[in-house]
Design a protein around this ligand. Structure first.
Ligand code: PMP
Length: 440
């Protein structure tokens, strides 16, 4: 095989979460991006209705972030994270801590959502041990939860395809039900009315295992990757109360809800519920450089700091924890969010988005529409015997007609960059309506 045919070959790259064989017969290649749009290899533009993968919240190729990254690589390309530091990592941690309500005052840096999840789970387990409660070892997740792809994350996660291929999971994990209840809540606008009592599943799990064995509960405030499952009114408050009653840590996985997705900086702000640990990633650097961060409460941090001095308090970390280039990208991203007011959306903008989402009612195949902040979901009637096929057909049709959407199962999830204008919202839903009309 010649060098050039080898280079043209798409075969070497084993693509993640992708039907490789199908893709390689009909590749979809992106070669550029700016603002709200991608450019494809065949020279077309796509309106980005997914913020990449829920991460490019300030839109693509923002000059301030691009420049900060370029400058940082030239100035200090890498610095070890263990027993050493650099000024920007401390600056970024302080800034993030200031964005969260008290007592979420401390930050542990990672490189992805998956790493943030595994870090938070490990901190929760180590915290109870540090307090002398080693018996608290169980972790509770939810059905249809997505917490990344580490073994911790897939264990507490509730997606069978992500679990059953890999054999043994973490032991000591249990799950409560998800809250998606189409029979009672179809076509909800904002938070669904019914289902706060799903939180009482946690009491059942506690009765089964005893609170003295349970370390933490992890939930996505709004589950994104499994199809935009929006919590019913009062649900998260109830989970918090049950955790408090039983000395169980509550972990919010804010990898997608963080950095403005709900029209507030974090789900913590939107719901007014303060967990003990928060996982973030994605929007922290506007998707430019891989980074994640775990927010930890003062109580948790202080517990570790009260141990013997001169000891390493937590045996955990990554070569790239607090990487200088990621820190520079994150600081420039936070500046951009702040200056442009992207993390707080007006009620008027949210209402405009909500009306646009619900304008699809009555179109072919649509069985539910739901929205929260700048998230929308279009649930389609699955083709009998071929689940996921209809939504994937919508994805392909959208790509062909200039719109990038994300689908999961038979649900289209919409999460555009937060810079989207009303005209672009109109364009998005005009294109999506045409897609729904066109597919079988
Ligand atoms: N948690 C949640 C809630 C997510 O949505 C995701 C990614 N979609 C992750 C964790 C994993 O993040 P990453 O792909 O960066 O590892």
């Amino acid at each position: 095989m010649s060098a050039s045919s080898r280079l043209n070959n798409l075969d070497a790259f084993w693509m993640p979460f992708t039907a490789n064989r199908q893709f390689k017969q009909n590749p979809r290649l992106l070669v550029g991006a700016e603002g709200m749009r991608y450019t494809t290899a065949d020279g077309r533009t796509l309106l980005d209705a997914a913020a990449g993968l829920w991460c490019v919240n300030a839109g693509h190729a923002r000059p301030r972030i691009v420049e900060a990254v370029a400058k940082q690589v030239a100035e200090l390309d890498y610095a070890p994270a263990f027993q050493m530091g650099h000024p920007k990592v401390f600056e970024l941690a302080a800034r993030l801590a200031a964005m969260f309500p008290s007592p979420l005052d401390h930050v542990f840096f990672t490189n992805s959502g998956s790493e943030s999840v595994d870090t938070a789970l490990k901190i929760a387990l180590a915290y109870h041990r540090a307090k002398g409660n080693a018996g608290k070892f169980r972790l509770i997740g939810r059905e249809r939860g997505y917490h990344g792809v580490g073994f911790g994350g897939i264990s507490v996660g509730g997606i069978s395809n992500n679990r059953k291929t890999f054999g043994t999971m973490l032991t000591g994990v249990d799950h409560i039900r998800h809250t998606h209840d189409l029979a009672r809540n179809a076509y909800s606008k904002g938070l669904p009315e019914h289902g706060a009592e799903f939180a009482d599943d946690l009491e059942k799990v506690i009765a089964l295992h005893d609170a003295s064995t349970i370390a933490a509960v992890i939930v996505e405030p709004v589950a994104g990757s499994t199809g935009v499952l929006i919590p019913p009114k009062g649900y998260l408050e109830r989970l918090r109360a049950i955790c408090d009653k039983h000395d169980i840590l509550l972990i919010f996985d804010e990898v997608i809800t963080g950095f403005g997705r709900l029209g507030k900086p974090f789900a913590v702000d939107y719901f007014g519920v303060v967990p003990d640990l928060v996982t973030t990633a994605k929007g922290i650097t506007n998707g430019t450089i891989p980074m994640g961060a775990v927010m930890a409460s003062k109580t948790i941090y202080d517990t570790f700091m009260n141990g013997p001095e001169n000891m390493i308090e937590l045996f955990h970390g990554y070569t790239y924890s607090g990487h200088p280039v990621a820190c520079a990208a994150a600081l420039a991203t936070l500046d951009t969010y702040e200056e442009e007011g992207l993390l707080e959306k007006s009620a008027e903008t949210i209402a405009y988005w909500q009306d646009a989402v619900h304008s699809l009612k009555g179109l072919p195949h649509v069985i539910d529409l739901r929205n929260l902040g700048l998230i929308g979901a279009v649930e389609l009637e699955p083709i009998a015997g071929a689940p996921t096929k209809r939504a994937f057909a919508a994805f392909l049709k959208a790509f062909e007609t200039g719109l990038m959407i994300r689908t999961t199962g038979d649900i289209i999830a919409l999460s555009p960059p937060l810079i989207i204008t009303k005209a672009e919202i109109d364009e998005l839903f005009g294109k999506l309506a045409a897609v729904l009309e066109a597919i079988d």
